[in-house]
Design a protein around this ligand. Structure first.
Ligand code: URA
Length: 434
């Protein structure tokens, strides 16, 4: 006789009860081994989405997902470890300059990353634009690279939190991705199992993010910070704006190129600001207070780590990046000041051009994407380039152009919109354990 049964657990959550520790352990273990069917887990996920979970339930759910797989151990490394997770945004290439930058400051960065699905890009898709670079590393290779170079960005192996892998795929097709307890436990089970000593979460808020409004983004951040802290991982979250896309590019190769500009001491100001802000948090979490990451960008040491990190995974950091076969330039329809550039519109356009995938396992185009030539606050002149759309398949232009429609506003000089315009802060708030 089994300790519980799936219908009992589903009915408890459907009726608004808190699940017991043993119900949670049972349902996760038995879903992982196939005893609890997908349709039963779908019903439970929907009951969780509708009725929520308290902090104890979320912590137990996270622990049960960690226990479904292996845990990594970086305690043999000679330096402290710090990782960062972003909840995903448009033009969010920050991991690329951040990992080598933090490594250049003396902290090891084990960055297990994913591929993109939908309008936000995936870090691995971006790096795979670099000729030769490979995402798959064994745990032993990862540890060796961390020890020698200090930074690894690679694919998460199938051994970490397998319960989450199964559940995430199910949530994707049952309208249950948006439940905060499920998002928080999904992200944190992987990060805690990965074994990082400290973690910085970049929780995005705005049109281009999972969380469209600040109260929900804050709730997600607080939940994740509590989970990390409770599991002994030093965890801090920054709430950052994702109503405007980051930098000037959204795509794979073009985001690598922009990241390399940042590592060379240039690049768009917002990308530099967020990279340095997150680096400071990671260093503080790892107990390093006497190194200024901005200096490590300026003196080329972050670039040296980048090149070593790419070479260690068979990539050629000096090879030309792939380019799209076709381009289409969109010019500014009027003269004035750009007062809005919508992250979702740009993300959808990049996705429709082939930079992202519509279903798991599909190919992405390395050269596809969108370059925008102005950011909110900039003056633009009628007839000058506002966007460059890039793809290998010109039949994609029409749908990409349709997503940009209504995605930006240019206000004439002296208008009320220009007078009222104020740049939103990029870092909105910082969330620490209470
Ligand atoms: N990323 C994850 O890993 N899990 C979620 O549930 C959402 C985003």
């Amino acid at each position: 006789m089994s300790e519980h049964d799936a219908v009992e657990v589903i009915a408890a959550k459907r009726d608004g009860a808190a699940l017991s520790d043993s119900q949670i352990d049972w349902v996760i273990a038995n879903y992982t081994n196939g005893e609890v069917a997908d349709e039963q887990m779908s019903a439970l996920a929907m009951a969780i989405l509708l009725n929520g979970m308290d902090r104890r339930e979320i912590a137990r759910w996270t622990q049960a997902m960690i226990a479904s797989g292996e845990r990594m151990d970086f305690s043999s490394l000679s330096r402290p470890t710090a990782d960062k997770h972003s909840t995903g945004g448009v033009g969010d290439k920050i991991t690329l300059p951040l990992a080598p930058l933090v490594a250049a400051c003396g902290v090891a960065v084990p960055q297990l990353s994913g591929r993109g699905l939908g309008h936000t890009g995936g870090t691995l898709d971006k790096l795979e634009a670099i000729p030769g670079w490979r995402a798959a590393l064994s745990n032993a290779d990862m540890l060796a690279q961390l020890q020698e170079i200090g930074a690894v960005i690679c694919a998460a192996g199938s051994g970490l939190a397998p319960a989450d892998k199964k559940l995430y795929a199910l949530r994707d097709v049952t309208g249950t991705v948006e439940a905060i307890p499920l998002i928080a436990s999904s992200i944190m089970s992987k990060k805690i199992a990965e074994g990082t000593g400290s973690l910085v979460l970049d929780v995005k808020v705005g049109t281009g993010a999972f969380m469209k409004d600040l109260p929900r983004a804050r709730e997600l951040a607080e939940t994740m910070v509590a989970l990390g802290t409770g599991a002994g991982v030093h965890t801090v979250a920054l709430l950052t704006d994702m109503s405007t896309p980051l930098g000037l590019t959204a795509g794979n190769a073009i985001e690598v190129a922009e990241s390399v500009e940042v590592l060379a001491g240039g690049g768009p100001a917002d990308v530099v600001e967020l990279t340095v802000a997150l680096a400071r948090e990671m260093l503080a979490g790892a107990g390093i207070s006497d190194v200024d990451p901005a200096e490590k960008l300026a003196d080329g040491s972050a670039m040296d780590v980048w090149k070593a990190m790419i070479r260690a995974q068979d990539g050629d950091p000096d090879a030309p990046l792939p380019t799209a076969r076709e381009e289409h330039v969109v010019t500014a329809p009027t003269t004035g000041r750009l007062v809005r550039l919508d992250a979702m519109a740009v993300g959808m356009a990049a996705w429709r051009l082939g930079a992202g995938r519509a279903r798991q396992g599909a190919e992405v185009q390395a050269g596809a994407g969108v370059v925008w030539h102005a950011r909110p606050g900039d003056e633009v002149r009628q007839g000058t380039p506002l966007f460059t759309l890039l793809t290998d398949e010109p039949e994609r232009f029409d749908r990409a152009l349709a997503s940009l429609e209504g995605g930006f506003d240019i206000a004439p000089a002296g208008s009320a919109e220009v007078t009222a315009y104020a740049a939103e802060p990029l870092v909105i708030d910082r969330v620490v354990a209470d």
